[in-house]
Design a protein around this ligand. Sequence first.
Ligand code: 4NP
Length: 162
Amino acid sequence: MNPSSTKVLFVCLGNICRSPLAEAIFRKKIKDKGLEDYIITDSCGTANYHVGDSPDPRTIKNAMQNGVAINHLGRQLHHHDLVHFDLILAMDESNLRNIHRLPNASQHSHKIKLMRSYDVYADTMEVPDPYYGTEQDFQQVFEILERSTENLLAAIQERFNS
Ligand code: 4NP
């Protein structure tokens, strides 16, 4: 495969909690490994509630506490994203269903997966929505995304090397 073509999109509902955090953690890992020229990443929401908004202040605080800078403005998923990105990772089953409902999604279904399909410790396949939760819930989301993006990067690097 052509490594320069690897584009990964993280998708949640509002694009202010889970998916911008996944993007920020993954972006840091890409930078730390010097892979910025080979892997492109972005995030979006299936809903339009927070288009143009910064991530939730609790997400920003949690990311900072974990040494991750987060810099994103909310945007809504568009069906063109299915063409542009190579891998589209949904945070939960509800968002996965909504991605599959986009026009022409059936042509791209091989690219659409759950984020936690990369989590070795997954007792559920969902990244829980922390929006109505506590600081501890935000930290739990961070730890899930940290593990999942680590395994995701390893899987992409394996494909580069094969
Ligand atoms: P996210 O969390 O999907 O992880 O960004 C949410 C953010 C906002 C809302 C729900 C979930 N909301 O209802 O506004």
